[in-house]
Design a protein around this ligand. Sequence first.
Ligand SMILES: Nc1nc2c(ncn2[C@@H]2O[C@H](COP(=O)(O)OP(=O)(O)OP(=O)(O)O)[C@@H](O)[C@H]2O)c(=O)[nH]1
Ligand SMILES: [Mg+2]
Length: 376
Amino acid sequence: MADELQNDELRCIGCGAVLQSEDEEKSGYLPASVLDKKSFEDNVYCKRCFRLRHYNEVQDVELSDDDFLNMLHELNEENALIVNVVDLFDFTGSIISGLQRFAGSNPIVIVANKSDLLPKSLGEGKLRQWVTEQVQSYGIRPQNVYLLSAMNKASVKNFMEALETERQGKDVYVVGTTNVGKSTLINQIINIATDSEDTITTSYFPGTTLGKIEIPLDDERVLVDTPGIIQKSQLSHYLDAKDLKVVTPRKEVKPKNYQLNDNQTLFFGGLARFDYVMGKGKESFVCYVSNELYIHRTKTEKAEELYESQLGKLLSPPNADSAADLPSLKRHEFKIKEPSDIVFSGLGWVSIDAVNITVAGWAPEGVDVTVRKQLI
Ligand SMILES: Nc1nc2c(ncn2[C@@H]2O[C@H](COP(=O)(O)OP(=O)(O)OP(=O)(O)O)[C@@H](O)[C@H]2O)c(=O)[nH]1
Ligand SMILES: [Mg+2]
């Protein structure tokens, strides 16, 4: 309802927030001197989008979990195709459990985005199979699964053609957790259809899009960008701009293979830690994290001391300034029974072939460390 009432209000074309001149700290702010001159024909950006687009500076605004939940609850009142974008590099962090319930009787299509970050050698068939299994294990029964890179025009073009069949004349709602690339995908679609570039604001900060953004389709229907759901368990919420830049991969991730003996430890900067706790000697552990993230190997018995003395220095990110705000590392132990990945939500994963070994993953308290069936 709230949204219908707001439909006649002017919205920021970059983030979807309703424009206002009352409170500079709130979303959609624009000084009255500017806002008063604008009409529905203008493409207006709020001050926050302006700063994000031109200076890559983000202003935090309050959005409550309720806002997102309400949005999800509204989905089953629509007659629409739900496109759920997930991030292949942060798959665990981008699953919305309960999506099937929120969708009601609306069909769901999964778009597994950021395929450009995974090794080219990974076969498409195997990857699609893995994604399908994973979403099904969360009770999501998609009509179809697409793999693509929103950065790549050709792959989005293919998806657009498929979308025409998938949506059967309906509206399309693009939903997902924050930072998975929903707006980047829609920008690419707008770019292909109209030649105008980067209309919607995108950024590597979580929480970029703040309201619904409706893009008209050929048949009077709309394609809707939505604000990302915030998963508190994602590492990105604990990092500042400088750190985010290091941990967010921008290119194909180069696997880094470490031969470890039991009682050896890897540090991922000072953000996470992996221990090979117990096994039958030397095993191979392949790390999939941003190419720019420093990995430090040490003996487990020395790890604690090293962390205490080197956090924010050798073990960085976090940087010297942000280290103090990072919750301390919490240990999660796993007995490996089949080839598996130990996933550090938002950071990457360690791929393990060996079975019948014990490992431990450490991440800042509140950030998920999980085990899943091996991806690669
Ligand atoms: N490597 C890679 N990066 C991508 C891709 N798509 C999006 N990104 C990056 O991911 C980050 C988040 O993209 P957005 O489009 O703002 O994500 P969003 O889902 O709209 O995020 P919210 O509005 O916060 O919910 C940006 O830094 C994008 O450049 C992709 O296909 N490959
Ligand atoms: Mg967005």
